[in-house]
Design a binder for this molecule. Sequence first.
Ligand SMILES: Cc1cc2nc3c(=O)[nH]c(=O)nc-3n(C[C@H](O)[C@H](O)[C@H](O)COP(=O)(O)O)c2cc1C
Length: 195
Amino acid sequence: MNEVMNVINSRRSVRSYAPGPLSEQEIKEILGCGVRAPNGCNIQPLRFAVITDKGAMNRYNSIAKKMFSGHLAAQIDENPPGLENLKHLKRMMDDPKYDMFFGAPCLVLIFTAPCSMTPEQDSAVCAENMMLAAHSMGLGSCWVGFASPLGKDQQVLKELNVPADHKLMAQLVFGHPLKDTGVTPRNEPIILKWM
Ligand SMILES: Cc1cc2nc3c(=O)[nH]c(=O)nc-3n(C[C@H](O)[C@H](O)[C@H](O)COP(=O)(O)O)c2cc1C
């Protein structure tokens, strides 16, 4: 395996971080690798909010947990399949000790401007580039889907200077991993046909 393949194959989501900050240079390098990702028609529609302020991250954690818990409560009321999973998630969101950002020193929110033709794909490949770049630098990362309700909080959007027509697409934390947890297992590729 070459160096790139090694980085791809050894990346894993990191869910506990040392308190030490990332340098501005490190964050800029990660963002720079993000925008190098392919994007539809090279329109380059992605915009970023970088949050390193601990107080803001704690506040965003509380806001997102409350919003997500409310969303789960409405779903649970409808008694859908997978009810126990939803109840488990709701208990996590309602636990005052649960930190969806795992103590990471840096949160990056990826938004798309309305000019994007392929917003989901553009933001996902950018996010993966950023997580791989971080891993190659000895840093950890995790995509925090639980934080997606922040994209609906007008006060948060206002304080982050997000224009009204931009959409929050991805929420990533970065930091120094507290421990080496090893890679998460994967199945072999399931090939439907090779002809
Ligand atoms: C769209 C998306 C949302 C995710 N949201 C969360 C999350 O809210 N919390 C979390 O701990 N992990 C989250 N993850 C990480 C996945 O759980 C993780 O990628 C998966 O378990 C595989 O593990 P690995 O990244 O270590 O290989 C998310 C990943 C993706 C792609």
